[in-house]
Unconditional design. Structure first.
Length: 606
């Protein structure tokens, strides 16, 4: 339910969603603490929660040196929502429920991907917005995040298709693969496919019964492969600016094809599972199967390497391809999948590394990367995040933040490796690795929909099947947890109100309803007094009305809260004249040297 709700709310990207995630998780945790007769916590669970608490506290502590209180507090809100969600999972989930967690996540992912894919297959009924790059992003709102959702779904579906206890559940899991594969394809996300292959490789390496896994998965793989091929053939759905009639025709044909492929995957998996349960494979045959697989893999790898001119040529061509400018695809979007370009990401990573070198221990402060990027960038390209979770954490929170973040995922990973006898542990491990692989090249931490899935899998790894263990949580211990949770719930209500008022103010301003915008922005200023955004928006509205003196006062108040926000200095320049304007423009230029609007205002004169 949480996964579906976040997905439908633009992937949980906006602050209001964080408040609801925090509030819902808080009350679930409180109810579990009140109603559960017995709650045991293992050392691994305590270390996991301790790492999250450490990350959250360090993020909050960065308020002491951050140049932007506004963005740092937003980072605190989001990280707190992750902490409370993880805590709720720990106190709510019982042992031996890893299969249930994975199955529930797969169901939620399938709902989201099914809805998103329907917008592409039925453009005449649901959506036909080609204003962007014609990459599938609904309902999450960002195509790369949807690609990761689909890739995670593929990993979980493969695991359930091979390991579910009943053949009917295996069949249903396999039936989701064509739909998930088609969704991943239409996002045209290269990182999504790369993360999927990394996750699948991890699954094969970590799983103790990999031969059984491969044998169980092989009958299901042709169907998602056919789904990708048929999606590739549907030109009206892959080419931007396709006529609505062509997109509709191709969409209906593909929808029917996917229904057939899903049904075929279901039947094939069920029949194979029933047949396999009555067959005992001799050890000699298993060894032969393993040898054939290894030989086939080596032959394929050798052929691919030879076809591309050898190892050195592959490395050299890949390095050259990564450095070239990203393809500006205007027609067939499949061209994106055949490019390794990471040109803009290389620029962002370089800036993040430079920031980490300058602030190696404590970082610049949570949420500060955008300001550092604007100040030091060499290309006129606007970004908010570094497109790499480890690099951005190193830049903003330093080595201490990196260690806390590493603990969040390393502790469940080590615990899972020790419990690989559970048939679903390797599946959860592969899901976490898939997330980390993708988050290393994108801003997934800022998309709660994918981070919550990863945290759910990580938390579930702390509870593998086995005997009850851990320490019983006493009544005093429950009270010590409930009290801060109750305070967090109250604060989340206030934050929801303030963030919603700010969102309403922006919406009203966009539709030129100045009176409604002013009312909402003043409400937001009361509920989020640390933020410069309500004051900035009120200053913008005053500037539009011609109240220059009022606008100047408001911009100065906002600058006191966020002195390195170049937009505030630019707004002050717009509301000022002569010397004050020049001084404000100088400040704005120092904070964003490549902003064309600053040069235009300078050319316009006093």
């Amino acid at each position: 339910m949480t996964v579906v709700a976040l997905g439908l709310a633009d992937g949980g990207y906006f602050p209001t969603s964080w408040g609801w995630l925090t509030l819902g998780s808080t009350w679930i945790a409180i109810l579990a603490l009140f109603l559960r007769d017995s709650i045991r916590t293992s050392p691994a669970e305590l270390l996991y929660l301790g790492a999250l608490v450490g990350l959250c506290c360090w993020t909050a502590l960065s308020l002491l040196w951050t140049p932007t209180t506004t963005q740092t507090v937003l980072e605190i809100q989001r990280t707190t929502s992750y902490l409370v969600f993880a805590l709720a999972l720990v106190v709510l989930a019982r042992r031996r429920q890893l299969e249930l967690v994975i199955g529930s996540l797969l169901a939620g992912i399938t709902v989201l991907c099914g809805w998103g894919l329907a917008t592409r297959l039925f453009p005449d009924r649901l959506s036909y917005d080609q204003s962007g790059s014609y990459r599938l992003s609904e309902p999450v709102g960002y195509w790369n995040a949807l690609a990761l959702v689909a890739a995670l779904g593929c990993i979980l579906a493969v695991g359930c298709a091979a390991r579910a206890r009943r053949s009917i559940w295996r069949g249903l899991a396999a039936a989701t693969l064509p739909l998930l594969a088609a969704t991943l394809y239409f996002t045209f996300g290269r990182a999504g496919w790369a993360a999927l292959f990394v996750g699948f490789g991890c699954l094969l390496i970590v799983d103790k019964s990999r031969l059984q896994l491969i044998a169980a998965v092989l009958p299901t793989l042709p169907w998602p492969a056919l789904a990708v091929w048929r999606s590739y053939e549907a030109g009206g759905l892959t080419t931007s600016n396709s006529p609505i009639a062509a997109a509709t025709a191709d969409g209906r044909t593909l929808a029917l094809t996917l229904v057939v492929l899903c049904a075929a995957a279901f039947l094939t998996t069920v029949l194979f599972t029933k047949a396999a349960s009555h067959v005992v494979i001799p050890r000699r045959l298993r060894i032969t199967f393993a040898i054939v697989l290894v030989a086939a893999s080596l032959a394929t790898l050798t052929g691919v390497v030879a076809a591309f001119g050898g190892p050195s040529a592959i490395v050299r061509n890949a390095a050259d391809s990564i450095r070239v400018t990203s393809p500006n695809v205007r027609g067939d979007q499949t061209e994106r999948l055949f490019s390794l370009s990471a040109h803009h990401r290389l620029d962002q990573w370089s800036v993040a590394v430079d920031a980490a070198r300058r602030h190696p221990v404590v970082g610049m402060g949570a949420g500060t990367f955008e300001q550092w990027w604007l100040r030091t960038r060499e290309v006129p390209f606007k970004v908010r995040d570094a497109h790499s979770l480890p690099l951005e954490t190193a830049a903003e929170l330093g080595a201490i933040g990196v260690l806390a973040l590493a603990g969040v995922f390393l502790i469940p990973f080590i615990t899972g490796l020790r419990a690989r006898s559970d048939p679903f542990v390797s599946v959860a491990l592969a899901g976490v690795v898939t997330y980390l692989a993708h988050a290393s090249a994108d801003w997934d931490w800022e998309m709660p929909i994918v981070t919550v899935i990863a945290l759910a899998l990580a938390g579930a790894l702390l509870r593998p099947s086995g005997e009850e263990h851990g320490r019983e949580l006493s009544a005093r211990g429950r009270t010590l947890v409930i009290v801060p949770l109750a305070v967090t719930a109250a604060l989340s209500l206030a934050l929801i109100h303030g963030n919603r008022a700010l969102a309403e103010a922006r919406t009203a301003s966009d539709r030129d309803d100045t009176d409604e915008a002013m009312r909402a922005v003043r409400t937001a200023a009361r509920w989020v007094p640390w933020s410069s955004e309500p004051i900035q928006l009120e200053g913008d509205l005053s500037l539009e009305r011609g109240n220059f003196a009022t606008a100047r006062d408001l911009y100065r108040q906002a600058i006191a809260k966020d002195p390195q926000n170049w937009e505030l200095w630019f707004g002050l320049a717009l509301a000022s004249e002569r010397t004050e304007r020049r001084d404000a423009l100088d400040q704005a230029r120092d904070l964003n040297p490549l902003a064309t609007s600053i040069s235009q205002l300078e050319d316009a004169g006093p």
